[in-house]
Structures are given as structure tokens and as C-alpha cells.
Design a protein around this ligand. Structure first.
Ligand code: SAM
Length: 202
């Protein structure tokens, strides 16, 4: 069986008991370096996930008789490996184990309900800002190319009344959550790994 296991935003206290039990009973653990390092007490084989997803499929095929846990940060089905594996692995051989998403955690810290939230990502793409900024409540997982400053630019370009909340290094000791008006964010500002929440100004 292949388990795709959400391990939460980072700190081990946000790993669910179900996720922990499956990870510790797996024979093979696959994941990004940061995710593998976050798992303590695992005695079996660990393989670091590369950027080529075809290689992951080959590895899964080669170990088809083992119990395999593929680690995903946060929740596997929120901009994670769960989407790819649910398309490429037979449903009979796949179990997705949900985790607490960085997005969910961020909303708990603001705090704000997630009702009618539009969730999106800037990973590997330029978001359609005309559409994204049309929603009153948005959460975006970001990459290095499109983050808080680029989002602020897009808001200012359209002269929209929005506020931006940036959640960096969520659950870690250096977690930082900052509320900005778009004009307060400059390109000189450096942000660590972050979730951005964009809200209509009240
Ligand atoms: C590929 S997405 C994975 C999202 C993940 N599946 C989830 O549900 O949280 C990676 C992005 O999630 C966000 N992220 C994940 N963990 C985070 C954390 N601890 N603090 C801030 N942002 C985080 C960042 O935007 C990061 O670039």
C-alpha cells in the first residue's frame, strides 16, 4: 500500500496520531529532505524525493510489495504530491492521510474563519490576478518568484482596497505573522517561507 501522509506545517506537535502511526509502521519512507528530517524514531529505509515525479513512480513500482509512506508537508491535497499520485496510482493501492495545512494553521492564528475561502498557489506559475483578486478572501501558498511584494504590486496596479497578511515559518520558533497595507510592502523586504492571505479591507 502507498500512503501519502500529510505531516502538518512543520512542528512535530502538528503531526496527527494517524499520520505518525502509519509513518512508523512503513517499510519505506519517501519525502523531501526537510520532511524526512522532521521524522524521528523511523528505523526503516528513507529515500529523498527528487524533482522528477516520474522517478517517484518508478521507485513506487520497484517497491510495490512494501508499505510505503510518501510524506507531504501540510495536507497532501492542498498543492501537494497527493494530486499527482491520485492521478497516477490505482485507488486500490493508495491511501491519502490528511494533515493540517499551513493555510489552515495560518487562519487559526489570525484568527479568521475559512468559510468561502479561495485557496491558490503561485508555485511554478503566475496566478491570474484578475480572478484571484476578485475574491474577498484568498489564501496563497507562494514561491520565491511570486510572493508578498508581487501580490502587493498587483493590488496597487488595480487600486483595490485590500489588506495582506503574511505568515512566515508557521509553527516554528521564528514564526512571524504580519498585517500589511499593500503600499507598506517594498521589494527590499525579504520574506521566509510564507502563506499570504489577501482580504477585502473592512
Ligand atoms: C508546495 S506547497 C505545499 C502546501 C502544503 N501541502 C500545505 O497544505 O500546507 C509549499 C508552500 O506551502 C507554504 N508553507 C508550507 N509550510 C509552511 C510553513 N510552515 N510556513 C509558511 N508557509 C508554509 C509555503 O507557501 C510553501 O512554499
Amino acid at each position: 500500500m502507498i500512503y501519502v501522509v500529510g505531516i502538518g506545517p512543520g512542528d512535530a506537535s502538528y503531526l496527527t496520531k494517524a499520520a505518525e502511526a502509519i509513518i512508523l509502521s512503513a517499510e519505506l519512507l519517501i519525502g523531501a529532505k526537510r520532511n524526512l528530517e522532521s521524522i524521528e524514531n523511523f528505523k526503516g529505509e528513507k529515500v529523498e524525493l527528487g524533482s522528477r515525479l516520474e522517478d517517484l513512480l518508478a521507485l513506487l513500482r520497484a517497491n510495490r510489495n512494501k508499505n510505503i509512506a510518501v510524506l507531504a508537508s501540510g495536507d497532501p491535497l492542498i498543492y501537494g504530491i497527493g494530486k499527482y499520485l491520485s492521478k497516477h496510482v490505482s485507488k486500490d493501492n493508495l491511501t491519502i492521510v490528511p494533515g493540517i495545512s499551513a493555510v489552515q494553521y495560518m487562519f487559526s492564528r489570525i484568527p479568521l474563519d475559512m468559510n468561502d475561502l479561495y485557496i491558490t498557489s503561485s508555485h511554478g506559475k503566475k496566478p491570474n490576478f484578475d480572478r484571484v483578486l476578485g475574491y474577498p478572501k484568498v489564501a496563497m501558498v507562494t514561491d520565491d518568484l511570486v510572493g508578498p511584494s508581487q501580490i502587493a504590486d498587483e493590488i496597487l496596479k488595480r487600486d483595490l482596497a485590500k489588506v495582506i497578511l503574511v505568515g512566515e515559518n508557521l509553527t516554528y520558533p521564528d514564526e512571524k505573522i504580519t498585517r500589511f497595507k499593500p503600499e507598506e510592502i517594498t521589494h527590499q523586504m525579504k520574506f521566509n517561507r510564507n502563506v499570504v492571505v489577501i482580504l477585502d479591507e473592512e
